[in-house]
Design a protein around this ligand. Structure first.
Ligand code: SF4
Ligand code: SF4
Length: 328
């Protein structure tokens, strides 16, 4: 068997090196065959577990096959940006009257931060390979980013359904470039095996019992309820929401792969948070939120990853957190 690297893997290695130079904490190349999770995905949608995220049902068939997003796609260059170091896994307590924000939404808008560098990389690739097509995505195309990240050797999909890098944990965001050019994965970046083992910490800690192994029922998930769900939240979930006014990090906080540890013990490559993610805020004053006008909300969310929750949703969430704090 010829063990010499072929041109596809040499080119793949160059692309990955370039992604690291552009500041991504993780990078790898995935092949783009049809999803292995088609049955699971269809059952999840048929059971209504996507809640009101209708786009998930509408684009389900496209999501299953990257070649439907970019014709003749051969590879996906996958990258990840850490937004929190594992050393920051413990939050300062919020005080009464404050509501907590999920970590990914505390800094600048990751779509912009990632897209800018991915577009730069795609432009370089277009120059090098003018006969090929490249399409950048950061939450912007119906692709199964976590499955592609797994194929690219970035991490495995944990029981809470998020990607976990063996050294870097799960506090990172994924993006990528679909390519009609065939790049291949360097040998040391073969798909990462599942390291969840017999652990059930995320399942046990989830306050709404949203997680069954490797599946989250969005309709029960605080992240979905506070950010995506537009109508009143069922009273049965109010207490479980605790002090989360936007999103929820509990299943990541309890995961042993995100354990807080002294910064000097972390591998710099997999613990370097891009400077753009320096948190702008980690909480909101809930009484202020209740008094916001639409302009106030826009100003508070400006430039940040806080985008999807509308004014009435934020005020609904603030009321629930205040009720919870009053009940303690
Ligand atoms: S984000 Fe919160 S509510 Fe959703 S699955 Fe994780 S722990 Fe449960
Ligand atoms: S908490 Fe345990 S089961 Fe859940 S994702 Fe982390 S390692 Fe896997």
């Amino acid at each position: 068997m010829n063990s010499q690297p072929d041109q596809h893997s040499e080119q793949g290695e160059r692309v990955i090196s370039r992604a690291y130079e552009l500041g991504f904490a993780f990078a790898g190349i995935a092949e783009t065959s049809k999803s292995a999770y088609v049955g699971q995905l269809r059952a999840w949608i048929q059971e209504g577990k996507h809640g009101s995220m209708q786009w998930m049902a509408d684009h389900a068939a496209v999501r299953e096959d990257p070649a439907l997003v970019l014709e003749d796609a051969e590879s996906a260059i996958m990258v990840g940006d850490l937004y929190t170091s594992r050393a920051d896994n413990i939050d300062a307590d919020v005080k009464p009257g404050e509501g907590r924000i999920a970590r990914y939404a505390r800094g600048k808008d990751y779509h912009k931060i990632m897209k800018k560098r991915l577009i730069a990389l795609a432009d370089e690739l277009r120059e090098m390979y003018p006969d090929d097509g490249f399409r950048v995505f950061v939450d912007t195309a119906p692709v199964l980013e976590r499955e592609l990240a797994q194929r690219a050797g970035i991490g495995w999909t944990g029981k809470h359904t998020l990607t976990i890098h063996p050294k870097g944990g799960s506090y990172f965001l994924l993006g990528g470039i679909l390519s009609t050019r065939r790049f291949t994965t360097p040998i040391e970046q073969r798909p990462v095996g599942d390291h969840c083992g017999s652990c059930t910490r995320c399942i046990d800690a989830c306050p709404t019992d949203a997680i069954t192994p490797y599946e989250v029922d969005a309709r029960r998930c605080i992240s979905y309820l506070t950010i995506e769900h537009r109508t009143p939240i069922e009273a049965g979930f109010h207490r479980a929401i605790g002090d989360w006014v936007y999103g929820c990090d509990i299943c990541q906080e309890v995961c042993p792969h995100n354990s807080a540890r002294p910064i000097e013990q972390l591998d710099p490559r997999t613990s370097t948070v891009h400077e753009a993610y320096t948190p702008m805020r980690d909480r909101f004053d809930l009484l202020e939120v209740l008094q916001w006008t639409e302009d106030d909300r826009r100003e508070a969310f400006k430039g940040s990853a806080l985008k999807r929750a509308k004014l009435d949703m934020m005020q609904r969430n603030a009321r629930i957190v205040l009720e919870n704090q009053a009940a303690v």
